[in-house]
Design a protein around this ligand. Structure first.
Ligand SMILES: [Mn+2]
Length: 275
């Protein structure tokens, strides 16, 4: 049995306190073991079209790839797993669709969207993102951000112009340098991670991490780790309590703790080594 065979997954989205529309889309597809989140932009209606198109396209492309056992994605010169490669292809497909829709419909002009997705398989996951929607992981009491924002601000931090603390106070912090739907092709960051028992993965839109500090995200996830649905609701409540200036969306995925059987086996192995 693989580590990711029995995941717990939830998704939740909220308009927030000050916005009138929710342009985020978030979904967890348990059969696929996929969590995907998109934060649309482009004004009235267009943003929500872009994010919904993206999430739906990624799900349908990956469903098809999985039905074909990822055969189309077996060969990959970048050393990506078939699942990671399929995830990237699915994001490229959604980029083309958003791009064409934007070009062909006047009311959709200028629309775009961020995306972050985690596809779990075997003992790990493929991670892909474009823009400033994030993936975090809680492991052994630590919160770690597994994606790097594609924003002007992040570029300035990397060049040493800002510390992350100064960045939080800065004005143009939401200026993304990459998004889906803007050009016929998009640059997607893709990588693979190994999972551990008890890991919690959090996908979120900037409406969460702009409103609450990483330390509070960690505390909330630890406090409510036994009830993921409650944890998701608490994160959103806290973002809204701090002003809720943007739509706020989260997806949570929990890897089961080591089963007793596995623990017995691990004890046996460690006894061989340490006795
Ligand atoms: Mn947002």
């Amino acid at each position: 049995m693989a580590l990711t065979d029995d995941l717990e997954m939830v998704a939740l989205s909220d308009t927030g306190v000050t916005r009138e529309h929710n342009e985020d889309s978030v979904y967890v597809e348990t059969e696929l073991r996929l969590a995907v989140l998109a934060d649309g932009m482009g004004g009235y209606k267009a943003g929500e079209v872009a994010s919904a198109l993206t999430v739906n396209t990624i799900i349908s492309e990956l469903t098809e790839a999985q039905d074909n056992d990822f055969q189309e994605h077996l060969e990959n010169e970048l050393g990506l797993s078939p699942q990671a490669s399929a995830l990237e292809a699915a994001i490229q497909a959604s980029n083309s669709l958003v791009y064409r829709t934007q070009k062909n419909n006047e009311e959709c002009q200028g629309m775009g969207t961020t995306v972050v997705a985690a596809l779990f398989y075997d003992d790990g996951l493929a991670v892909a993102h474009t823009g400033d929607s994030r993936l975090y992981r809680v492991r052994e009491g630590q919160l770690e951000q597994l994606t790097t924002d594609h924003t002007l601000l992040q570029e300035l931090i990397e060049r040493g112009f800002y510390t992350p603390e100064e960045a939080r106070e800065s004005l143009n912090k939401n200026l993304v340098t990459r998004a889906l739907g803007i050009d016929p092709k998009v640059a997607v960051d893709v990588h693979q991670e190994l999972a551990s028992p008890d890991d919690i993965y959090l996908l979120c839109s900037d409406g969460l991490n702009d409103m609450i500090e990483d330390a509070e995200i960690l505390l909330t996830l630890q406090e409510f780790s036994a009830n993921l649905g409650r944890a998701a609701q608490e994160l959103i409540n806290r973002a809204n309590a701090n002003g809720g200036k943007d739509n706020v969306s989260v997806a949570l995925v929990k890897v089961p703790e080591t089963s007793k059987a596995q623990r017995g086996w691990l004890t046996k192995v460690s006894n061989w080594f340490f006795n």
